[in-house]
Design a protein around this ligand. Structure first.
Ligand code: M6R
Length: 614
């Protein structure tokens, strides 16, 4: 979604802002812009499309000044255009605003402001904020206190979600930041400070950050940061040092972040396991606030997520049911939040989110919190809203995921879910010590299996070349690998724009088999498992109707060769680990098809990395 960067200090703001926006590109955007304050005047540059267009504009028309705001916009209200790109100003060009989120009551606010004589230049919801500030200013001399009252007054009128950066020409030494339901972080430098919607934008400048909480306003000056709540009371904040390495957010020698993130999954999984898995002792140390008694008493686990994280939740259901023998429901967060749901004190709700900022997942958490449900988050981003608001968090520690299409975060989530299921199973006595120890020992081999599977990349690229002209794909899996079929299809459609569907193979004959012809390739997940023979029959049914089948099969399975047109062999491993392994050829296939089709793999059209609005 949209990205915000703010700077105040003695460097040239435009260079710092442009650099920060570049680092936020992965969030997804369709236009960008800067506002820099110089000699009592606000100067704006905005452009449609990639940041290189904004850079070119700034080369032609440079901006001077040491305080400014930058923004990448992902259109919600109004088409991507220069006029709708942020920053936005009021009629007098006194205030300038950048905004992430959605102002739900903007139409009524806009209507009232127009009646009072304000002229709007854009179709955005954001512009109302600049005019609300102008309305409060009312042509009088503004003291700082009145300015801040005006900001609070404006924010109190807003319904919806926002992360904001605000500048006013009368206060050139002051950058105002505020948030509700959208993330915003402040970077602490030496004689300079920063505002950003995400930490990767700051890492090259500082590792010291202050997280802004719900309904807080920050006054950012070159040498100080002060925070207040919306009632004007000062809030004490902690400066946190983030441990991320800036190089983790670089592409290294890879063509795309997506490829880098696929190839580093063995390391990401090792990082998820580190300090938690003690195979020799047959022990897990998850360091979560989950009491033994509570785990023994719960009646049900509910897994809640969106997108790829939802697919991880679907695999998680199999893990908890098989290892902890407990009923599990899996929920799409955007549906769960508006349904009548009946979770209570004997439920454990688990929220899965790479970013920890997905609006629907957060809304589900807040709904359950009101009902007194115990909430556990599985999350990749330290300091994210989900992690801060949940009772306890299992951090996947996969490192920053920059590619919009989630890859390593997914295998990290599966790893976390399997560890949790083993832990709950052991605590409830559903999993015997010997069986658990055996499983933990196998777990240690997972990074090596992943590394071997990644070595298929070259072969998959050759295979992909034959399929780049296809318009439709069907992905089939059963049991643990049904969610992997869904995930494979999602990856392909996200990055290559080819229509793809994932299906439980046994459902084929209930409808989708009608689609199969020579033009509809199938990808079948057919590794060794208790349903191997069943899925082989499903493949035969497809083949009998002219379908071309690519199989993901277990090394050494010669028989499968006769049944399908192409086979990608993955290492032999216990079925329970197959989701983490089998998804890798599907990620690589999606990547290579998309790259060969010339798609913008890391920033696919219309997509945003973290979906902070409904
Ligand atoms: O950050 P989250 O895991 O909460 O994000 C959920 C989805 O928005 C995300 O997985 C999305 O589906 C990705 N584009 C998948 O590649």
């Amino acid at each position: 979604m949209c990205g915000i960067v703010g700077y105040i200090g003695n460097r040239s703001a435009s260079g710092v802002l442009l650099d920060g926006l570049k680092r936020l590109e992965y969030r997804g955007y369709d236009s960008s812009g800067l506002a820099v304050l110089c000699d009592g005047k606000l100067n704006l540059r905005r452009s449609v499309g990639k940041i290189l267009n904004l850079r070119a504009l700034l080369t032609e028309q440079p901006l001077k000044g040491g305080v400014g705001l930058g923004h990448t916009r992902w259109a919600t209200h109004g088409v991507p255009s220069e006029q709708n790109a942020h920053p936005h100003t009021d009629c007098s060009k006194r205030f300038v605003v950048v905004h992430n989120g959605i102002i739900e009551n903007y139409s009524i606010l806009k209507h009232n402001l127009i009646k009072k004589g304000h002229r709007f230049e854009s179709q955005t919801d954001t512009e109302v904020i600049a005019h609300l500030l102008e309305e409060a200013w009312g042509k009088k001399n503004f003291l700082e206190k009145e300015y801040l009252d005006a900001v609070r007054g404006a924010l109190n009128q807003l319904e919806g979600a926002f992360a904001l950066g605000i500048l006013c020409v009368d206060f050139p030494e002051l950058l105002v930041a505020a948030r509700r339901d959208c993330p915003l972080v402040l970077g602490v430098g030496k004689n300079e400070n920063f505002v950003a919607s995400d930490i990767p934008a700051l890492l090259h400048a500082t590792k010291k950050v202050v997280y802004l909480e719900q309904n807080e306003v920050a006054l950012v000056r070159p040498k100080s940061i002060e925070c207040f709540n919306l009632d004007g009371y000062r809030v004490k904040k902690e400066v946190v040092t983030v441990r991320l390495n800036p190089l983790q957010a670089e592409k290294a020698n890879y063509k795309h972040f997506m490829l880098k993130e696929i190839m580093e999954q063995n390391i990401a999984i090792q990082d998820t396991l580190r300090g938690r898995l003690f195979a020799e002792a047959g022990e897990l140390r998850l360091n979560l606030d989950l009491r033994e008694n509570f785990l023994k008493q719960i009646d049900r686990i509910t897994l809640i997520a969106c997108g790829t994280s939802y697919h991880a939740a679907l695999v998680g259901r199999y893990y908890f049911e098989a290892l902890a023998k407990i009923p599990v429901t899996v929920e799409i967060a955007s549906e769960f939040r508006y349904r009548d749901t009946f979770l209570g004190k004997k439920d454990l709700a688990i929220y899965i989110s790479q970013s920890g900022e997905t609006a629907d997942t957060l809304a589900a958490l807040r709904k359950n919190k009101k009902m007194g449900v115990k909430n556990l988050a599985i999350c990749n981003v330290l300091g994210s809203s989900l992690a801060r608001e949940a009772d306890t968090t299992f951090f996947t520690h996969c490192g920053p995921e920059i590619g919009v299409a989630s890859t390593k975060a997914f295998t990290g989530q599966l790893t976390a879910l399997l560890l949790l299921a083993i832990h709950v199973g052991m605590t409830r006595g559903a999993l015997e010590g010997k069986e658990a120890k055996e499983l933990l020992n196998q777990f240690l081999k997972l990074p090596a299996w992943i590394r071997q599977t990644c070595a298929l990349s070259k072969k998959i690229k050759t295979l992909a070349r034959r399929f780049i002209g296809k318009d439709h794909f069907l992905y089939l899996g059963r049991n643990l690998n049904y969610p992997i079929a869904l995930e494979g299809a999602l990856k392909l459609k996200e990055v290559s724009y080819i229509h793809a569907e994932g299906y439980p193979a046994g459902e084929m004959k209930h409808g989708p088999i009608a689609l199969i012809n020579r033009e509809m390739p199938l990808v079948a997940l057919v590794t060794e498992s208790p349903v191997y023979d069943k899925i082989c029959s499903n493949i035969e049914e497809a083949k009998a109707r002219g379908g071309t089948v690519i199989a993901i099969a277990t090394e050494g399975d010669k028989a499968i060769r006769k049944k399908v047109s192409d086979v990608l062999y993955v290492p032999k491993a216990p079925d329970i680990f197959s989701p983490m392994i089998n998804v890798i050829p599907l990620q690589l296939f999606a990547y290579h098809v998309a790259d060969l089709r010339g798609c913008d793999v890391d920033c696919p059209r219309n997509l945003a990395k973290s979906v902070t609005v409904e």
